[in-house]
Ligand binder design. Structure first.
Ligand SMILES: [Ca+2]
Ligand SMILES: [Ca+2]
Ligand SMILES: [Ca+2]
Length: 147
């Protein structure tokens, strides 16, 4: 399943990944920009945790619920709710329906490909393509749109 998502993401030319026309590449750039609080062009582990857990956790229980995540992600990046739903479940490594520090730490080795403790745009871009279905439904549950 995971391999299929990866292959679909790699071999698909993405045209208009969400209703506002952002491609996955553009969303990756937006997310990185939002997370990069010290403006060095990279995301540290702390910035990743700060962004997701502190900013997105509306009720301050250190867990980002499915509802909180989808609400925030769709509002911020204008993504399709179905796509966002698949994205959330791919991020939720322990399948407890919450994104926590545990889920983030589980993804860090995969995101930070050269293991320098910082995530660059190209690293984040590759990661997003593997966990986030594009707007044509490849790898996700979004209705395919004809080419
Ligand atoms: Ca940074
Ligand atoms: Ca989880
Ligand atoms: Ca890195």
């Amino acid at each position: 399943m995971f391999t299929l998502i990866l292959l679909a993401a790699v071999f698909t030319v993405s045209l208009g990944a969400n209703p506002h026309g952002y491609t996955v590449d553009q969303v990756a750039a937006l997310v990185l920009h939002d997370m990069d609080t010290n403006g060095d062009g990279q995301i540290s582990q702390d910035e990743l945790i700060l962004e997701l857990i502190k900013k997105w956790d509306s009720n301050l229980d250190l867990k980002v619920s499915h509802e909180e995540f989808v609400h925030h992600w769709v509002n911020t990046y204008h993504d399709h709710p179905d796509t966002t739903n698949t994205f959330f479940h791919n991020l939720d490594t322990d399948h407890d329906n919450f994104l926590t520090i545990t889920d983030i730490l589980a993804h860090i080795p995969q995101i930070d490909q050269n293991h320098d403790s910082h995530v660059t745009l190209s690293e984040f871009n590759v990661f997003l393509h593997t966990v986030h279905p594009d707007g044509h439904g490849h790898g996700g549950n979004v209705h395919p749109v004809g080419k």
